[in-house]
Design a binder for this molecule. Sequence first.
Ligand SMILES: Cc1cc2nc3c(=O)[nH]c(=O)nc-3n(C[C@H](O)[C@H](O)[C@H](O)COP(=O)(O)OP(=O)(O)OC[C@H]3O[C@@H](n4cnc5c(N)ncnc54)[C@H](O)[C@@H]3O)c2cc1C
Length: 476
Amino acid sequence: MDDSVLILGAGPAGMSAASRLLSSNVRFSVIERSDVVGGLAKTIPFGPFSLDIGPHILCTRPYVYDYNERMYQFIKEMLGDRLILYEPLNRKYLESVRVDGDEFIYPIQIKNALQNAGLGHALRIAYDYVRSRFQSPSNPDDGISFEQITTAQLGRSLADLFILKYSEKIWGLKCSALSSDLAWRVGEFSLMSVLIEQFSNLWKDARSQSGHPVCYPAQGIGLICEQIKEKIENAGGKVTLNACPVRILHDNGYIYEVVVREDDTLRSYHPGYVLSSIPINSLVRLLDPEPPAEVIESVMSLRHRSHLCLYLIVNRDRVLREHCIYYPDPEIPFARIMEQKNYSGDTCPDDLASLAVEFFCWHGDDLWNKDDPGLFRIAIATLQELGIVREDEVLDYFVNREQYAYPVYDIGYANRLRTVTAYLEDLKNLKLIGRSGTFTYMGQYRAMEAGSNAADEIIQRRLVNEDPLIQEVVRP
Ligand SMILES: Cc1cc2nc3c(=O)[nH]c(=O)nc-3n(C[C@H](O)[C@H](O)[C@H](O)COP(=O)(O)OP(=O)(O)OC[C@H]3O[C@@H](n4cnc5c(N)ncnc54)[C@H](O)[C@@H]3O)c2cc1C
């Protein structure tokens, strides 16, 4: 065992940890299964295009995407003028929701919502909302469903319109089977905050002065991890791609060896610490000796929703006015479409557009098993019907598949997760970080913060020399 750190996974959490260790001269290795860095926040090169996995912005609203000042400053410093700033109050970043053919601008604008919902529906929304104020569950816990808490906070009509149907599409479960832990997303739809924003200029001014605008890297969201990789390589370090841990050996509460398949060879690492951002399900199954049956059972029941992204190369300079459009309607097979060029002109050639069409599914189900032409056929039929793009305009297409995209918070998941993390906490030189690593539905800032904080912890323990691992190395 030595004093170096083995980082599993080169997504935002792993790369942010690596960057922090680099700046403190701590030795580390990064192991990444894929042939690129960035994880879910990577950017895929396709000819002259640079394509993200669905819409990926770094937001200013803490309750939406886990805004984090330290990570924002880190990214800004690293990317400089390659970070594009959007001013949300000027509505330069545009999202909309389409329900039954009606278009609602998101974030909600009262005038637009009233116009499109119609007076009858608007009155129903207001009535349900007021009624819900008197019915809120007072003590939300894991037994309360996402549906209960959402309708209690927003009223049934607004919840249905903007949240429940879309959530069922993402998670593949009825909202009554989802945990109330997902309810942090409800804040972004709060009717009260919409009213305040629209009618209080005072508040608006305060917000525009204090908030940071929405930002996006000019060459795609993947630029963040790619830049960190470059920094590591410039300092003589290495991120090992196409590499996967195949066995994690532990004894007496410590991991003492990690066997990694790199291309076709096996290599053993003997790290002082392991920071793992790979899916918790994969990690547990690699442990040797294997954990008790209860832990294995619990981890197997923690499911991820998978994400398919069909990219269309369209023979038009632009397809959408918005950055992305949500489709909660269950009749529509995809959940969202996004136009990459609207995020940054640098990611697409001037005369062509790329439309990303997002589907959610379970790993191994019919949709997951569809080949690229099969998925294209499903998408194009609806896109033509909606008048968005015609088949004869599509020059090319391909599909990106992500098995571990969204950790599913079904009711009871928290207890099962606790069983797993309680077991893993006994491994004193292992720290879980990131989204699938900790099975936490988090955005990029929070994943990066988790990686950076875990690295800080290691650095601190080394500085005060109170770490038994380091002492073991010094005095074997
Ligand atoms: C469609 C979509 C849209 C999103 N939009 C936003 C947004 O707008 N704003 C925002 O803040 N966040 C957004 N997110 C969330 C954001 O992408 C994640 O929070 C972030 O990528 C998590 O980083 P991570 O490093 O924890 O995990 P990941 O990004 O999942 O990285 C994990 C890494 O581990 C690697 N790995 C997995 N298994 C192994 C293995 N066995 N061995 C070695 N390596 C392995 C993976 O290949 C990957 O590179 C979005 C996510 C999705 C799916």
